[in-house]
Structures are given as structure tokens and as C-alpha cells.
Write a protein that binds this ligand. Structure first.
Ligand code: FAD
Length: 418
């Protein structure tokens, strides 16, 4: 917020307000602006700053990482599931390598625990072979197929017929990761403005005008009403890394052909924690993927606490106006009754799960570009080569494995769009 005031004052001093909108909002030139301080926005800001750009990060919330980046499984994925040559496959595999290296160099807490993908029914066993072949095409060639007894020797509480061991899957402390990325970016001169929302933009070959206001100004706006900007930023480069809001925000970009703005779909994923303190597992345990997600799995955090999730609950976007998205007014409530769905699913591979041992945890929402029953969509990283607007990069559909891929997404942006 300080930045907004500072920039606004600077604009007034230089008489820029006279060139402003009808509202008289001051205008200020900027080099690179990143919208959103989630793990991807922070990684992008750091990479741009490392490439010598002067970066401003504009974040609607009072702090970094309050969106999807703090509502996930914190798993460093190996790159097993995604279609060969897709962005998800390439950026996950590259991102995993970069992330392990970065964590080792900076001391960000992480653990390469390994994971078992398990088949519990005869019909599922062939799918493990398919996954192994797919992973190999993605460059993941360390998977080991094993019979149930071998897997159960590794994990005595597990029940399965066959399993695929992924030794390079791990976990990371996502908050420490973001803190470290932020510190790197700030040390290289990046400025971050919290409580500041981008409300719309005008984009075109003549440049980008980004309309910004304090988030508190949005609090009491009736749904659908017009919001006046308090500042107009004029960036040479704009990275729309607004996570769940990236599509609703791009819809507010006048000058961007709507053909380049995909339809968003949202799927909530709830987690339940295990009340017992001692973990029954040492590795992550995953069933086979399901429609919209990769199955209700066992994840462990760095303190060894166990959680099960996330499930998939498609939520409607109907009536959600952009301002509600920018203020993250999504429904994150975990309905305790959903545990009735979790018990039978988890007991397929963990039969000793006791009644009453699951407690509601937290939820996250996936920013998807494909709806129920549709073929899973890829990440969309859209620059001038796609939509024709110089300096505009939209990041759409950055769902899982976005955390794993964050450093590689940033590398991709720098290599293609600088
Ligand atoms: C249930 C679940 C489990 C997952 N598990 C994993 C996993 O184990 N491993 C993995 O690799 N990935 C996982 N993911 C995916 C991963 O969490 C995301 O891909 C990643 O966090 C996306 O980061 P982001 O920076 O794009 O978005 P976000 O973290 O959502 O950040 C976007 C930011 O933009 C801000 N913003 C929004 N609108 C505006 C605006 N108008 N103006 C200014 N700021 C704005 C928001 O406040 C927010 O801080 C999971 C996701 C979910 C939902």
C-alpha cells in the first residue's frame, strides 16, 4: 500500500495526473509489474529481477501467499501424470530439479520422502504400467514397479495389489519457499505493494495501462458496479499471475480479444487430518488419479503430521463477480460431513483407519481450465506470440503441479518474453 501512495505522490509531483483518466488518477511509468504474490508470482518477480528488470509486485491481500499457494499438499511432484510434451510435464520435471537445488542452496525446509502410487483392485493394476510408461516419456525414469508384498514391506499399514514407487517425490515448506523467493526479489530491488488490487487494464500495441486501487476501496462495492482506479501504472511488462483471479482479471483487460481468455472452472479440494500423532506411513501414498484430481492421498508435512486429501468438489462460478475473486471471497469451508466420503476411499489402501479419527483440516481451490468429465487442460502461459499484445503475459490454469513448477514457469517467462 505504501507503494501505491508513493507512486501516486510521485505521479502528482511530475504532473502526470493531468494525463490521467477522466477520474484524474495519477499515472506512473513502471518497468515490470507482477500481479499476485503467490508462489508463481514471487518466482516470476525474482527471475525478472535477476534478469535486471525493475519489478513491482501488486498483491490484493495483506500478505504474500494467502491464496492457493498456502492451500495445497506441498508435494514436490516428479512429473508422472501429465501428457508428454505438455507444459505441465516439462515445467514439472524441470521445476522439480530447480526446486530441490534451490531448497538445498537456500536452506528452505524440504524432504525427498518418495511416494507409492497404489493399485488396490485388479482392474487398476494395468494403469500403473501406463503411468510408468507415461512418466518415462516425460523423462522420469526412476520409477519402480513392485508387487503388493514389496510395497507393504516398505509400508506395513498399507494394503495394495501392486505399486509404483517414485523415489524423487518430496515435500517442501511452501511458506518458507515463498519467504525466500520474496527476500531474493526484494534484495534485487523488487517492491511489493500489499492491500493493492489491479481492477482492470487497457492493453494494446500502444502500451499497457493498469488500473489499481487499495483493496479496502473494493470492500463495500456492490457486485458488478464500476470501481474507479486510484493509480494508473504504465508497465512495459505485465505478468498476470493472479491465480484463481487470473481469468476474471483478464476479462477486465480492454483491448485483449476475448478469444484468448479461457473459461474458468473451479474445483475445491478438502483435507482431513489424522487425529493420531504418530504417522502410519513414512512415504506419501497415492491411489490412482480420478476426474479432476490425483486422488485422495496421504501427505505428510515436515513435522510428520498426516493429512488425507484433496477430494474434488466442482464449484460454480455463477454470479462470482471479479471483485469478489480479487478479494479471495471463495468458500473454503470444509464440511465435516465430507469425512463420510473419505473413510471408504482411504480404507481401500489403509484399512486400519479408525472411525472418528479424521478431523476437518483446510481446503484449496484449483484454478482449472477444464470442467467435469473434460480432458484435463494444460497450463496456459500466454504472451505476445499468442495474443499479439506486446508486454502482456497471462498465466491461466496454474493448478497442480504449479508449486513444483514455479521456478520453471519463471524461467520460461524470462526466456520467452524478455
Ligand atoms: C488442493 C490443492 C492441492 C495442490 N497440491 C499441490 C502440490 O502438492 N504440489 C504442487 O506442485 N502444486 C499443488 N497445487 C497447485 C499449487 O498450489 C498452485 O499451482 C500454486 O500455488 C499457484 O500459485 P499462484 O501464485 O499461481 O496462485 P496463488 O497462490 O493463488 O496467488 C495468486 C495471488 O494473486 C492475488 N490476486 C488475485 N487477484 C488479484 C488482483 N486483482 N490484484 C492483485 N492481486 C491479486 C491473490 O491474492 C493471490 O495472492 C495444489 C493446488 C490445490 C488447490
Amino acid at each position: 500500500m505504501l507503494v501505491l501512495r508513493r507512486l501516486a505522490r510521485a505521479g502528482r509531483r511530475r504532473g502526470l495526473a493531468a494525463r490521467g483518466l477522466a477520474s484524474g488518477a495519477p499515472r506512473e511509468a513502471a518497468d515490470a509489474v507482477v500481479v499476485g504474490a503467490g508462489v508463481v508470482g514471487l518466482a516470476a518477480a525474482r527471475a525478472l529481477a535477476m534478469a535486471g528488470r525493475e519489478v513491482v509486485v501488486v498483491e490484493a491481500a495483506p500478505s504474500f501467499g494467502t491464496g492457493t499457494s498456502s492451500r495445497n499438499s506441498e508435494v514436490i511432484h516428479a512429473g508422472i501424470y501429465y501428457p508428454p510434451r505438455s507444459l505441465k510435464a516439462r515445467l514439472c520435471v524441470r521445476g522439480k530439479e530447480m526446486l530441490y537445488k534451490y531448497c538445498e542452496e537456500t536452506g528452505v525446509a524440504h524432504k525427498c520422502l518418495g511416494k507409492l502410487i497404489v493399485a488396490t483392485g485388479v482392474a487398476e493394476t494395468a494403469k500403473l504400467d501406463m503411468l510408468q510408461r507415461n512418466a518415462k516419456e516425460n523423462g522420469v525414469d526412476d520409477l519402480q514397479l513392485m508387487v503388493g508384498s514389496q510395497a507393504m514391506e516398505l509400508e506395513p499399514e498399507l494394503r495394495c495389489l501392486k505399486a509404483l514407487l517414485s523415489p524423487s517425490t518430496g515435500i517442501v515448506d511452501s511458506h518458507s519457499l515463498m519467504l525466500s523467493l520474496l527476500a531474493d526479489a526484494e534484495n534485487l530491488g523488487t517492491t511489493i505493494s500489499y492491500n493493492t488490487a489491479v481492477i482492470s487494464a487497457h492493453v494494446g500495441s500502444g502500451g499497457i495501462e493498469l488500473y489499481v486501487c487499495e483493496s479496502k476501496e473494493l470492500q463495500n462495492y456492490p457486485v458488478g458496479s464500476h470501481v474507479n482506479p486510484q493509480l494508473v501504472l504504465l508497465p512495459k511488462l505485465l505478468i498476470n499471475s493472479a491465480g484463481l483471479s487470473a481469468v476474471p482479471l483478464a476479462r477486465q483487460f480492454s483491448g485483449l480479444d476475448r478469444a484468448f481468455v479461457p473459461t474458468p472452472h473451479y474445483a475445491r479440494g478438502c483435507y482431513f487430518t489424522l487425529s493420531q500423532t504418530k504417522s502410519p506411513f513414512r512415504r506419501l501414498i497415492y491411489p490412482l488419479p480420478e476426474d479432476g484430481g490425483i486422488g485422495v492421498h496421504v501427505t505428510l508435512d515436515l513435522n510428520g503430521l498426516v493429512r488425507f486429501g484433496p477430494d474434488v468438489e466442482w464449484i460454480s462460478d455463477d454470479g462470482k463477480d471479479p471483485v469478489s475473486c480479487f478479494l479471495n471471497r471463495f468458500d473454503y469451508l470444509v464440511n465435516p460431513a465430507r469425512c463420510n466420503v473419505f473413510y471408504p476411499v482411504v480404507r481401500k489402501y489403509f484399512p486400519n483407519l479408525k472411525d472418528g479419527s479424521l478431523e476437518p483440516g483446510y481446503s484449496g481451490i484449483r484454478p482449472k481450465l477444464s470442467g467435469p468429465g473434460q480432458h484435463p487442460s494444460d497450463f496456459v502461459i500466454q504472451g505476445e506470440d499468442a495474443h499479439g499484445i506486446p508486454g502482456l503475459v497471462n498465466l491461466f490454469g496454474i493448478e497442480s503441479p504449479g508449486l513444483t513448477s514455479s521456478l520453471a514457469i519463471a524461467e520460461h517467462i524470462v526466456s520467452r518474453y524478455l
